[in-house]
Design a protein around this ligand. Sequence first.
Ligand SMILES: NC(=O)c1ccc[n+]([C@@H]2O[C@H](COP(=O)([O-])OP(=O)(O)OC[C@H]3O[C@@H](n4cnc5c(N)ncnc54)[C@H](O)[C@@H]3O)[C@@H](O)[C@H]2O)c1
Length: 253
Amino acid sequence: MSGRFSGRVCVVTGAARGIGLAITERLGSEGAHLACVDVSAHRLGPAVEELQAKGFQARAYTADVGKRTEVHSAFEAIQRDFASPIASLINNAVFARFQPLDQIDAETAEKMLGVGLLGLIWTTQAAVPQMVQRGGGSIVNLSSIAAEHPTKDAIAYAAVKAGVVGLTRASAVELCAHNIRVNAIAPGMIGTPASIAQYDDTTIAKRRVEMPMGRFGEPEEIAALAAFLASDEASYVQGASVTADGGWTVPSR
Ligand SMILES: NC(=O)c1ccc[n+]([C@@H]2O[C@H](COP(=O)([O-])OP(=O)(O)OC[C@H]3O[C@@H](n4cnc5c(N)ncnc54)[C@H](O)[C@@H]3O)[C@@H](O)[C@H]2O)c1
């Protein structure tokens, strides 16, 4: 397949479902060779089989991105399995729980920070040497509007997603010298099964009314933005966090 990512090796974390899966489909349709990383082997296997059935070059790597050794092993395997080094990394995996302050427990909070923040450090650390080898690359990190506009019970989640913005900006500054661009996406409410399942019907209806566009985003709409930021078309976009929320966080007058 030809396109903006023709023959380029793209790694997507949290690729087994939701936005991550939509990103793999978008990049695959534009010619990418896909390294699909997820902690859930039972979801990742069928997802990658479907990508292959669509004619995409895709391989599955089961790894917990929060664990540095697992990440480095997976990226070594990616280097062995693909003919060329990694061109793009999409850090999409998340472990999210929404808890009021007095109910935040250590295990959950540490896992959220481990997957959603440290995980990005480990994958970036593992991918960059391969990008340097090919003369550059691009990284897209999934943040959230919760970084700046948190809803209730989102202390840990907002901390993770605000951290993603800082990590993105710092990585952009440090990796510019290697011709690597690093940007973030801050989605609003996207209609993935996992996100919809968090809310009752009344809340969903209320949210729709609050949104100027009157609807949730589709995973494919985030995938289109991720593909743009990862592509050479975004050659002057560096260290940005691009909001895609249907205008939800635009102050109304
Ligand atoms: N869906 C939304 O409304 C929304 C809004 C704002 C931001 N986001 C962000 O977009 C990204 C994708 O969201 P989603 O709704 O598609 O999520 P999701 O929960 O549907 O999918 C997340 C994927 O990450 C995988 N994963 C979880 N822990 C992992 C780990 N330790 N290592 C590797 N993989 C792991 C899961 O198995 C799953 O396949 C996340 O970073 C999320 O915070 C989503």
